[in-house]
Write a protein that binds this ligand. Structure first.
Ligand SMILES: Nc1ncnc2c1ncn2[C@@H]1O[C@H](COP(=O)(O)OP(=O)(O)OP(=O)(O)O)[C@@H](O)[C@H]1O
Ligand SMILES: [Mg+2]
Length: 228
């Protein structure tokens, strides 16, 4: 699903470019569940934006489903995102004027799905994240943890092959976190490929493969050997 080879990413800075990723190689097989951990500022979100075709590497090669996305133009990247990828952003990035239902349904709107089907799928996604009854609330009328769950509902609503979750449980209490981790297990069992970024060792321990982002690269931090 994901083959990254020697990915580098530098951001321009006042005192020269700041190299955040300096040679990341990462292979994630279809249907895997991988967790990325690492210190704050180590480049996890930067890597997720590249994985999600929202940003392009400074150099290196990235194949997604066998397609070389590092050579695609913006319109092609946009189509890849729309068809294949669901995101939970670290800062949620919900649309403030839209209700929970409309936010969750948004990826289906981009895919041209009819309204009735969009609303049905969005209501089902909100149910899966435990937000039935909040369909018509706007983000400003919800708690941080509820907004975070709307973000997850939006990510899974279109049943994307690749689900990228950047700290999807950071704002949740233990019970809600565990419900969301159970949901990620279900989505994994349904065949979605999941990349989970987390500071929470318990959340990371639920993934089959674990990686650590540090000093600009990604190293394997172990695999789950027992059945889930
Ligand atoms: N658009 C940008 N321009 C310049 N520097 C950036 C930009 N985005 C990120 N950085 C820098 O890249 C580094 C990695 O940031 P990133 O957000 O990827 O870290 P992270 O591992 O996700 O951290 P956290 O755990 O706190 O979310 C940081 O030093 C940050 O300042
Ligand atoms: Mg981050």
């Amino acid at each position: 699903m994901i083959v990254m080879e020697n990915i580098r990413k530098a951001y321009p800075g006042r005192e020269g470019a700041v190299e955040v990723l300096n040679g990341v190689s990462l292979h994630v097989h279809p249907g895997s569940y991988a967790a990325l951990t690492g210190p704050s500022g180590s480049g996890k979100s930067t890597l997720m934006h590249i994985l999600g075709c929202l940003d392009t590497p400074t150099s290196g090669r990235y194949l997604l489903d066998g397609q070389d996305v590092s050579r695609m133009n913006q319109a092609q990247l946009c189509a890849v995102r729309r068809e294949k990828i669901g995101f939970v952003f670290q800062g949620y990035q919900l649309m403030t004027k839209l209700t929970a239902l409309e936010n969750a349904a948004f990826p289906l709107l981009l895919r041209g799905v009819a309204e009735h089907e969009r609303m049905r799928a969005a209501a089902e996604a909100l149910r899966r994240v435990g937000l039935s009854g909040r369909e018509h609330h706007r983000p400003g009328e919800m708690s941080g943890g509820q907004q975070q769950r709307v973000a997850l509902a939006r990510a899974l609503c279109a049943k994307p092959r690749l689900l990228l979750c950047d700290e999807p449980t950071g704002a949740l209490d233990v019970d809600s976190r565990n419900q969301i981790l159970d949901l990620l297990d279900e989505l994994h069992a349904e065949g979605h490929t999941i990349v989970l970024i987390t500071h929470d060792p318990f959340a990371a321990s639920r993934a089959a493969q674990r990686y650590r982002v540090a000093n600009g690269s990604v190293i394997s931090a172990g695999e789950r050997t027992y059945p889930s």
